[in-house]
Ligand binder design. Sequence first.
Ligand code: BGC
Length: 552
Amino acid sequence: MPLNLLNKWKMRHLVVQWEEKFSGQINVAKNLLRSENLNSSKMPAVVMSASGGDKQFEGKITIYVVICGIIAATGGLMFGYDIGISGGVTSMDDFLEKFFPKVFERKHLAKEDNYCKFDNQNLQLFTSSLYLAALVASFIASKVCTNYGRKVTMQAASIFFLVGVLFDAFALDLAMLIVGRILLGVGVGFANQAVPLFLSEIAPVHLRGALNILFQLDVTIGIFVANIVNYFVANIHPWGWRLALGLAGVPAVMLCLGSLIIAETPTSLIEREKLTEGLDMLKKIRGVDNVEAEYQELVHASEMARQVKNPFKNLMKRSSRPQLVIAIAMQVFQQFTGINAIMFYAPVLFQTMGFKNDASLLSAVITGIVNVLSTIVSVVLVDKAGRRFLLLEACAQMLITQLAIGGILLVNLKTTNEIDHSIAIWVVVLVCLFVASFAWSWGPLGWLIPSEIFPLSTRTAGYAFAVSSNMFFTFVIAQAFLSMMCHMRAGIFFFFGGWIVLMGLFVIFLLPETKNIPIDEMTEKVWKQHWFWQRFMDEEEDSKEAINKEGK
Ligand code: BGC
């Protein structure tokens, strides 16, 4: 590369840097003037807050915020209900006989291999197609979220979901069933992108973590309710499965009607240049009149974000690498704990061990309760004990339980026998201990951490990556688990154990603690202090990388 081109590039880069540096101040100044017109007070505090210092915004927990939070979180119910219902439905004879006759036959062959009787690519496709659709939908949803707002995105989610429910509940053949799952997936992709963002944006700063985990809490409630529904409809022949799939419409209707009442977030209004509406909404949800500091920060942040023409491109910069790697790694690891092998296929798994249909569905109900209660533990502990503590404790607990389950099955479950009832009960206890540790750690933190580590300019794009990676790896597990179990047999649990060791090392060495750190101070207080990630914070390196790209 000729030297003058390098210099030219450096100069240009310098100008951009200075522009970025001062445009913030200029914008803040403009906003101060604007807010002067809106009869504001406390100017100096505003400057402090906009420039990223320690701050406390005024605000109460208003009834309105609580109602909005509860309604929006029903998006989590939709997601959770789906996770829980497919396992039950795919173990129901009426359903299998109609859509998967081969699996149905195999299931009833006494001599069939225990570990392989449910191995069927189409059966797995029924479960996994939803996640593939959600993966693609989350990128579209991130655009809709930015351009039309969180509320509209949630409304769209509930409509897609409702149509999907109709297709599935009235399915006449496999094609109709899969189309329904795809539509449900689009609904889930839209909801999972908009709901956590919505919750974080309406929450007062000091309650952001707890409100965000409300989403996961609803996911677990959705799974639990689905397990109960599975249990009761299993004996309604021959259409119990239709009822199970049809009831998914309930959370969707709740979200659809509820979203008529809820507010659009001030961030989204301001982002779309509806400044006065944004200010009014902020006052309404905070329940106080003096919201200047927060308002100014939102205006400032949205103007900074607007200067980033292409957030996805920005995300590829070297300085975004720590957040991007962590957001994606959290999803890979969350899924490779093996949780969804249990959430999707618990009834199937318990039948594999020799439980009868009812007993295995009941066991799934028990794991469902454990899942909900343990998520509440996380709500209480996450801002006290910290993220790293919860994740590491869970790694130890999950490793021990996975190895124990694997060991028991290795010794006791051969190709065609049933295992002793008392041993099977021990397996259920171990599964509960496993689920508990997941539920207070990798479950909620898989969604919380990606939502708090990105700077505003890449937040929605970065979050879309997190959602879609989650969906991708959920898809991989849903599609592959039954075949993996058929080929690896009890070894599948050692396979997940290996991943758990890896994720423990990842937390120890590469995941910084983010507890109680304001989002916009992450760069200074977290990334620049971290032994490994600090090298990515060097702006010079970003420039060199860009020069290299330009030279090519
Ligand atoms: C995960 C799901 C999982 C659920 C279990 C969520 O955080 O994303 O894949 O099934 O937790 O509660």
